[in-house]
Write a protein that binds this ligand. Structure first.
Ligand code: 5GP
Ligand code: MN
Length: 323
């Protein structure tokens, strides 16, 4: 059976009542917004949904949870037996590694995603690599199933799409994306508020950090490859209350002549997280796969326990061979 129809059958099954909805770690606008849209969809099938996330929600996205719908932590749902567990916008289980056991504890598992490196780890895998975002997939499922939207799901799904398409600038934006957004904006959520919250509420700390990270910029491969870094040393020296690095890598990509950007960032657990972006045809997901990561053609990443210098050398080597 077609995966979408299999999912519909699962939703139609009245014996399945509780649904676990999992955003990926270090959540972004797509995973959170899509979870909100999905929560609203499963509610229409009289199911009880729980969005479970242990990570903090980035401050520019917290407005999405101002209403009654909240995320809960794993330890708040220990008494719930989940009938359906759905991972949202996660190409592999590593991306929700703190909640894998919870995901697997469900009677049924579903994965809804748009990454081309998706490992199809669930019983039902709804993967659409042409979709701009997972939010777009949730919209299309809602439409296919004859579901309805409200202001809150419209806001979540719009947030998902506008963030994953870089405000409709990236090539994952397709004609239907605009048609979907027309329907979402028509739900009547506060459009101005959404844009101010997501894009125009950057903290002073964030801009200070951006400035310091820019100081580390190095160009390789005749200016086609740019590398920026946030080392432990820099983290310790800055001693900021928050380390919001979202958007930095896209900013560097804007430099004329740069085709691929690498951002290597120290994480609290001692490992490094690598984010890569490209502009035209360079496939960063292929490079990410070499380092056991994944993603999209123009946005991919991985985690590594190597030192920041080692990662830089190995990556620049891999990129220069592929460029
Ligand atoms: P970001 O740089 O924004 O964290 O990630 C860019 C894209 O690559 C996202 O769509 C994300 O899901 C994917 N990605 C980042 N790290 C990993 C990873 O370790 N494994 C996989 N499969 N995908 C990743
Ligand atoms: Mn996404």
């Amino acid at each position: 059976m077609d995966q979408t129809q299999a999912f519909k059958k699962m939703l139609d099954d009245r014996s399945l009542e509780t649904v676990l909805i999992l955003p990926h770690n270090m959540p972004d606008g797509d995973t959170l917004g899509a979870c909100i849209g999905l929560y609203h969809l499963i509610t229409q099938y009289n199911k009880k949904g729980y969005i479970v996330l242990n990570d903090d929600i980035p401050s520019n996205l917290s407005f999405l949870f101002e209403g009654d719908l909240k995320c809960c932590k794993s330890d708040e749902v220990t008494n719930v037996n989940f009938d359906i567990c759905i991972a949202v916008d996660a190409g592999e289980t590593k991306l929700f590694e703190d909640r894998i056991a919870l995901f697997k504890s469900g009677k049924h598992t579903v994965c809804i995603d748009h990454h081309k490196t998706n490992t199809r780890y669930a019983e039902i895998n709804i993967i659409d690599v042409e979709a701009s975002s997972t939010g777009e997939i949730i919209y299309l499922l809602t439409e296919t199933f004859g579901g309805t939207l409200n202001k809150h799901s419209g806001e979540g799904l719009y947030a998902a799409i506008v963030t994953d398409t870089g405000s409709f600038r990236y090539s994952n934006t397709r004609p239907i994306t605009f048609k979907i957004c027309e329907k979402l904006v028509e739900t009547g959520f506060d459009f101005n508020r959404l844009n101010v919250e997501i894009f125009q509420t950057k903290s002073y700390e964030k801009l200070l950090l951006l400035n310091k990270v820019f100081d580390t910029l190095k160009l390789y491969c005749d200016g086609k490859c740019a590398v920026v870094k946030l080392s432990k040393h820099l983290v310790d020296n800055l001693a900021l209350a928050e380390y919001d690095t979202d958007g930095i890598v896209e900013f560097v990509r804007d430099i004329k002549g740069v085709e691929v950007v690498v951002f290597i960032r120290y994480l609290n657990d001692g490992a490094h997280k690598v984010s890569m972006r490209s502009k035209y045809n360079f496939d960063v997901s292929e490079v990410a796969l070499l380092f056991n990561g994944g993603g999209h053609t123009k946005a991919a990443g991985f985690k590594s326990v190597d030192s920041i210098e080692e990662i830089e050398v190995k990556l620049v080597d891999a990129i220069s061979k592929a460029l």
